[in-house]
Design a protein around this ligand. Sequence first.
Ligand SMILES: [Zn+2]
Length: 158
Amino acid sequence: MMSEMEIVRKYMYQPPLEIDKLFADLDIGYKKVPMKSHESGRIEKTPGGFLITVNSSEGEQRQRFTAAHELAHYLLHRDMLNNGHLDRLFDDSENPSDPFTPAHEVQANRFAAELLMPELLLKHKHEENISLKDLAKTFNVSKAAMKVRLRSLGLVEE
Ligand SMILES: [Zn+2]
């Protein structure tokens, strides 16, 4: 049987990350429903396991980032979850929420970036001189997110 991380890696290295299939393989419940403005998503325990919800009112690429962020909480922090955790990822003033601290959020954001744009893969693609636009398309992330990622990996100047 494949471990959770083996399953995650299998999907990571076949971009763009297929979140629906990945969550199904991991047996994580996944719902996309309209939530309040500024709420991006949440993760909660259910009688059968875990449920991740993302706000379907946000753009597709934000939803993907949120799903990856909640998956990071599942993989790294699930033992800490009691009543669940709500994220307002695109509203800095409001995050983080219980039971997590800013350090957990930073960790989840880094993990989410790696899930959606794995360093190894991105370095290879970057060497092929693929444009920012096409890189963003390959990984199905926003151009802004790709730019931040390239910068944080030291692949572009400024
Ligand atoms: Zn979070």
